[in-house]
Write a new protein. Structure first.
Length: 710
């Protein structure tokens, strides 16, 4: 039975391979890939491919369905995705354009049957492909995906796993014509007569043919190394530039070239000529063939590499933008990683809202000039507005080119060239990014693609930052609503409190404080910390604070208040624990009573004495054990004494003993004698660890027994 399933799976795999091979042949594509959905429906796994070099395959064998990739877009949208060139790819899928910085045209179509999507088929053509797919190509793609969907559906009905599993299958093109012996000998003799290097590589970069003149050019005999990777046989050619040109030839299927430096100092010019079966190299000495590299031609080991410089800066930008939490951070990252590479002088980021373009970030402009750009109507006939309406970038190499397109445009920024780039998120253009240049700027095809891809990365980061900002505002509003708006004025007491949110993550936490009037000479102070930093923790904090306030106002003792609150939490079963410290003051008796549910101990600074730690028995955290008891201690609270209640964010530091940290806080508290409680709050917060990057929020409450006048 098992053998039958395996055999049937192999048969289905063979059918898939045949359909893909036929689709590639009939459409004239040079690369074809079939992706199938994994069981969880969240990942596309490469099932089979033809025409892709092994160097390129690996990063693309597993793609998230949510990824910014044509293969995923076809699955998500259940439609054909056609991207005619690299510029369009940079607009639609900036991350893909950066990862595959080579020109090509691509189509991705969903594989589906019976209303179920199984995956997608992807085809690639050289960038010379016409703007639109022909009717024949569309019909071939539709026929192939329908056949693939039928194969998948049939396999599912037969109980056969649609995927064969393991590494993707690699299909190599068969030779269309096998030359006879005389023709082969004549071809070899022809190439051997040339005094330059002629090398044939397959799509993996393995040596398939070497002419006799190659040894003289490269300085190494390769005739006995057929089947070996070229850059292993010629180790000094394992150069990022040459490998990049090899990948460009394989993916784009267009001739390319580069200049490399031989270890003996000679400059060698390498031309790469690809087809679907491999790549032919023609290698000459640059000095003998021509004076040097053509203008703008990549040169390895001789001059800087513009492609690598841009590519790695964009990769760095992509990595850093993923951590950006606000618009200013995004602007700073673009200023640091993009503007220097392209010699841009100024930057403006605008978002579309309410029929207008709003400037939300800029660099290199005077504030007054930025204000003139702000809030302009989206319907206006201007480059930025046109980019937002159409989603297409616009590049103006000089002011004359700008005026040809927009005769009425007023140039007020003193710049000489501009790139207007759409900020596209999925299928929505959220705004525009404008880069301005101080001198006329020649926007090459590569520069246009790089800038467009960069704008796509900015758009994604901006979308995250604005969402984070909205969540942060919501969290701040919620936090503020759950903490007391103001503390009651109680005769004989000076009270001050502070809450400081953590600087990492959502600006909300479970720390809380409160002050309750219990009578003319009595009051209660609360400090607590609910586990976690999220909306659930904040909601529980509000419930705990309300419960304690109610039980204390009803006349229960500190220990009983905590016991009753604990029982309430056990009934609510919130799955979160809460520490809490509750202190009652009796100013007539000049005494305080304190009970703790696993909270850091309070600090008391008697008049004229050092601050000391009040040893309050730390009961069990609230919400852990239903029958927990909370002992109460009684301590003198004379006039001019100050009590400090705080949460662990004020003292906790990784690797530092908590007892030592509390002792240091007590010393700092003692040295600040004489400061009013409101000023003392700031003094103590300045003592907190990691004030520039706090991982935990902080709450503190200061209560001073004010001595009666006279």
């Amino acid at each position: 039975m098992q053998d039958g399933v395996v055999g049937a799976a192999a048969h289905h795999a063979l059918e898939v391979d045949e359909v893909l091979t036929q689709a590639v042949r009939d459409t004239g594509a040079h690369i074809g890939v079939v992706y199938l959905l994994a069981d969880d429906g969240q990942v596309l796994l490469m099932e089979t491919e033809t025409g892709l070099p092994a160097q390129i395959v690996k990063p693309w064998t597993r793609i998230q369905v949510s990824a910014d990739v044509p293969a995923s877009g076809a699955v998500r949208e259940s439609r054909l995705v056609w991207v005619t060139d690299h510029q369009k790819l940079a607009c639609r899928c900036p991350a893909t354009a950066i990862a595959l910085p080579y020109p090509f045209a691509t189509a991705a179509a969903p594989i589906q049957s019976g209303g179920e999507v199984w995956g997608s088929m992807v085809l690639l053509w050289p960038p010379s492909h016409p703007e639109e797919l022909t009717l024949h190509e569309r019909e071939t793609i539709e026929r192939a995906t329908r056949a693939l969907g039928g194969i998948m559906g049939e396999a599912a009905r037969a109980g056969i796993p649609p995927r064969a599993g393991g590494e993707p299958r690699v299909l190599r093109p068969s030779w269309a014509l096998m030359p006879d012996v005389h023709r082969a000998l004549a071809s070899t003799c022809y190439l051997d007569r040339l005094r330059h290097g002629c090398v044939g590589l397959d799509l993996e970069g393995r040596l398939a043919f070497v002419s006799a003149g190659t040894a003289g050019v490269l300085g190494v005999d390769l005739t006995d190394r057929l089947g070996e990777l070229f850059w292993r046989a010629v180790t000094w050619l394992k150069d990022p530039l040459f490998e990049d040109r090899f990948r460009a030839a394989a993916v784009g299927q267009e001739p390319t070239s580069c200049v490399v430096r031989h270890p003996d100092g000679r400059a060698l010019h390498i031309s790469l000529h690809p087809d679907s079966s491999g790549i032919s190299l023609y290698i000459t000495e640059a000095a003998a063939d021509r004076p040097g590299p053509r203008p703008g031609e990549p040169v390895a080991g001789i001059v800087s590499q513009p492609r690598a410089d841009v590519f790695y800066n964009l990769l760095h930008l992509a990595a850093t933008l993923s951590r950006a939490l606000n618009v200013q951070e995004i602007v700073d990252m673009v200023v640091g990683h993009v503007m220097p590479v392209f010699d841009a002088r100024a930057l403006t980021i605008m978002t579309a809202e309410g029929g207008r373009l709003n400037v939300i970030g800029s660099h290199g402009y005077e504030p007054g000039l930025v204000e003139r750009f702000d809030r302009l109507p989206l319907a206006a006939d201007a480059p930025a507005q046109h980019v937002v309406r159409t989603g297409e970038p616009a590049f103006f190499s000089d002011i004359e080119e700008l005026h040809r397109m927009y005769p009425g445009a007023e140039v007020r920024d003193g710049m000489a060239a501009w790139a207007f780039l759409p900020l596209r998120t999925s299928d929505t253009v959220a705004g525009a990014c404008v880069l301005a240049f101080g001198e006329p700027y020649p926007f090459t095809d590569e520069t246009r693609v790089s800038l467009t891809a960069m704008a796509g990365l900015i758009a994604q980061a901006l979308d995250r930052a604005l969402l984070y900002d909205a969540k942060d505002r919501l969290a701040h509003t919620l936090q503020t609503s759950l903490l007391p708006r103001s503390l009651p004025e109680i005769a004989g007491l000076d009270v001050a409190a502070r809450y400081v949110a953590a600087t990492r993550g959502v600006g909300i936490g479970g720390d809380f404080y409160d002050m309750i009037r219990l009578g003319h000479t009595k009051a209660a102070a609360i400090i607590g910390d609910v586990q976690g930093h999220n909306v659930t923790a904040a909601a529980l904090m509000g419930q705990v604070r309300t419960a304690i306030h109610a039980y204390a106002a009803a006349g229960a003792s500190p220990g009983d208040v905590l016991k009753l609150t604990n029982r309430l939490l056990m009934d609510l079963d919130p799955d979160l624990f809460t520490s809490c410290l509750l202190v009652y003051f009796d100013l007539r008796l000049r005494t305080l009573w304190a009970a703790s549910a696993g909270h850091p101990p309070p600090l008391l600074r008697p008049p004229g004495q050092p601050a000391e730690v009040i040893d309050v028995p730390a009961g069990i955290l609230l919400g852990v054990q239903g029958d927990a008891e909370y002992p109460t201690v009684q301590v003198p609270f004379p006039p001019d004494a100050v009590l400090l209640l705080y949460t662990d964010g004020l003292v906790e530091t990784p690797g530092v003993d908590l007892g030592e940290a509390i002792g240091e806080l007590a010393e700092h508290f003692g040295r600040a004698a004489g400061e009013p409680v409101h000023q003392l709050c700031d003094t103590l917060l300045n003592h907190a660890p990691h004030t520039s990057q706090r991982a935990d929020d902080i709450a503190l409450l200061l209560v001073e027994h004010r001595a009666p006048p006279g």
